[in-house]
Design a protein. Structure first.
Length: 98
């Protein structure tokens, strides 16, 4: 049988919520705003599929470069390359190390 190759393959542990955090997240997470140049952590919320970045970027920190519709463009260092991640605010958390 051929293995499935969707966008959420090999994410069983990575995109799993704790027992008490299950279900939909608060609606206020979608109303967050970020300024250009602000540092953010990419923390994927598996209960919201829209605007979800690829699982490789889960847990990484980047800089907000701009906006793209309702989402934000985040510049992330992946090895020696700089990559652009487009993610909605539900999947971004303000970095407190600023």
């Amino acid at each position: 049988m051929q293995a499935s190759s969707g966008t959420r393959t090999k994410t069983r542990m990575k995109l799993k919520k704790s027992v008490r955090a299950r279900g939909l997240s608060p609606i206020t997470k979608g109303f967050q705003t970020f300024e250009k140049g602000e540092k953010v952590n990419i923390v994927i919320d598996p209960s919201i599929h829209k605007g979800m970045p690829f699982s490789r970027f889960h847990g990484l920190t980047g800089v907000v470069v701009g906006e793209r519709g309702a989402a934000y463009e985040v510049s992330v260092k992946d090895g020696n390359k700089t990559k652009m991640v487009v993610a909605r605010p539900e999947h971004l958390v303000r970095n407190v190390d600023n």
